[in-house]
Design a protein around this ligand. Structure first.
Ligand code: G4P
Length: 528
């Protein structure tokens, strides 16, 4: 295997959660362990403030700040860890889905009080599509949460994920006494602290040891023995291969804000989380250890500041070595490009880098060459598959307000949708342009950017759709007839794929039942 040493020491992952479960806090604690930051509070700028929901410029400004921390690279115990940030704001969920295509594993944070929440479900769906290995961190154990067994059951049922406890909590809320480490048989006692020092750890090789009573009292010692016996009986040893194939998720309990239970998780993470892996392409399986470089663009960030009209394309390296100033092949444009200022995202500053290896993310200044899913190689033509597009949730017709600027509007909307800001559909048999977004904010962003960057004025007219489904059929005639018959609800996506726009779940289910020869897909691949 080429570059074996570099590949074997890299772990590229993302932390995902429903907003407020503790993602930012956990990120910060991990960076403290990695020495990437020195003080607590340093990552806060990374987070879109909750209250700024109606002011998209403010949100974009904060997103601008967060570009620098989009990828946080730090070293821990000889490993090089790339932590890819995902936006917490729901309206930017598409960004998160795409970031998940660039990681090798995820840590899912669940709030012990609220359990599984909306955003958790959707994010897990994306992970499941790719069989991404998941570690679960049950956070906020210092608050009165749900019963632990009930919580695990809820997570298993709702997320369709088998769990495997690695630590086990002793109570929660004000009675929270700590966690028992099931794999190295030790007890970590809880003392609320934000300093990040290890709390009292006691090795307990035999749970019958009376030291347990001394440390946590008779009642809790008895309960722990009972719980551990039950857990051992049900779960046994963690099967690493089941974790790596995304079937079983190890679970850790803790309190991020108190820096409790975080190190146990991090130590296990570096032990079991996958290193960069081989990936499927449109032609063949690409081995991570191949000598030749390849990578793909999973995110494009545009700067809204008119003084700095730069776009940054985020490239995930999949094989070989990325080198500064070397010509690489842009497959879609069939053009060779080189990059004189590629930068890495170290936690504190943007640094120009000379080279990068599989698992790394490189920021490339872009003047409009890239769109999501683009592939760079050393000459071979292929695309990485498994980069999904999901249905938008809000649909609006794009109305041109200035017929003199039609060309600018078309160019603008084409480029913005290449960046992944929104999805563009064209009405079947007509040329009505339909924009689909996950959140309302995007429409404001589009309107603003079209005017500022392309001098094109537009308006949006609300449409009554709630979901887009991509259609395929073995019978082209049936599909054609359906599209014509349902013209009001039919459109083509940007690549010309037929799409059905449903007004409601009822309509959608009716069409699915009435048209057994047509397959309704809830996501589409950027490259098939
Ligand atoms: P997010 O990125 O997932 O949206 O969540 P974030 O880390 O910002 O955490 C949301 C809130 O939960 C924060 O409080 C944070 O301090 C708190 N929190 C995180 N971990 C724990 C924990 O283990 N126990 C408890 N009790 N709280 C926790 P906030 O008041 O919204 O913000 P702040 O003023 O503390 O920054």
């Amino acid at each position: 295997m080429k570059f074996e040493k570099e590949i074997n020491r890299r772990k590229t992952f993302a932390i995902i959660s429903h907003p407020d479960a503790g993602k930012t806090t956990l990120t910060e604690k991990l960076l403290l362990f990695g020495g990437a930051i020195q003080t607590a509070g340093a990552v806060k700028s990374n987070k879109i403030k909750k209250h700024a929901t109606s002011d998209f410029m403010e949100i974009e400004r904060q997103r601008g700040i967060s570009v620098a921390t989009s990828v946080m690279t730090f070293e821990y115990e000889g490993f090089l860890i790339n932590l890819l940030d995902t936006p917490g704001h729901k309206d930017f969920a598409e960004d998160t889905y795409r970031t998940l295509t660039a990681v090798d594993s995820v840590i899912l944070v669940i709030d012990s009080v609220n359990g599984v929440e909306d955003q958790t479900r959707r994010l897990m769906e994306v992970c499941r599509m790719r069989d991404t290995p998941v570690i679960v961190f049950v956070n906020k154990m210092d608050r009165d949460g749900k019963n632990r067994f009930d919580l695990l059951e809820e997570v298993e049922n709702e997320l369709k994920l088998s769990l495997h406890p690695m630590t086990w909590p002793i109570n929660s809320g004000k009675d929270f006494k700590g966690v028992y480490n099931l794999f190295n048989k030790s007890l970590r006692l809880f003392a609320a602290s934000t300093k990040g020092e290890a709390d009292d750890t006691v090795a307990i090789s035999n749970l019958n040891d009376p030291i347990l009573e001394q440390k946590i009292g008779d009642r809790d010692a008895a309960q722990l023995r009972e719980d551990v016996e039950l857990i051992d009986g049900v779960y046994g040893e963690l099967d690493a291969s089941q974790y790596l194939s995304g079937q079983v998720a190890p679970v850790f309990f803790g309190s991020a804000v108190n820096n409790f239970g975080v190190q146990e998780m991090l130590d296990n993470f570096i032990r079991i989380a996958p290193i960069p892996r081989s990936r499927q392409t449109s032609n063949r399986l690409l081995e991570v250890g191949e000598e030749k470089f390849s990578g793909f663009i999973f995110k494009i960030h545009a700067n809204l500041d008119p003084k700095h009209r730069d776009r940054i394309a985020f490239l995930r390296v999949c094989s070989g070595r990325f080198e500064r100033n070397k010509y690489f092949h842009h497959v879609r444009l069939d053009k060779d490009l080189r990059f004189s200022n590629p930068y890495s995202f170290l936690a504190r500053s943007k640094d120009v880098i000379e080279d990068a290896y599989p698992g790394d993310v490189v920021g490339l200044f872009d003047t409009g060459n890239f769109k999501i899913g683009d592939t760079l190689t050393e000459g071979e033509d292929f695309y990485f598959t498994g980069i999904p597009t999901f249905s938008p949730e809000i649909f609006k017709e794009l109305v041109n307000k200035d017929p003199m600027k039609t060309k600018q509007l078309e160019k603008g909307i084409s480029q913005l949708t290449d960046e992944g800001v929104a999805q563009l559909f064209t009405q079947f048999g007509g040329n009505k342009k339909i924009i689909g977004c996950v959140g309302d904010l995007q429409f404001e962003v589009i309107q603003y950017r079209l005017l500022q960057e392309y001098s094109a004025a537009c308006e949006f007219r609300t449409l009554p759709f709630y979901k887009a489904c991509w259609l395929t059929s073995n019978d082209p005639k049936k599909l054609e007839d359906f599209l014509r018959f349902k013209q009001q609800n039919s459109a083509a996506d940007k690549d010309g794929n037929p799409v059905y726009l449903a007004q409601s779940e009822w309509f959608l289910n009716t069409e699915i039942t009435n048209n057994p020869d047509i397959v309704f897909h809830f996501s589409s691949e950027v490259h098939k």
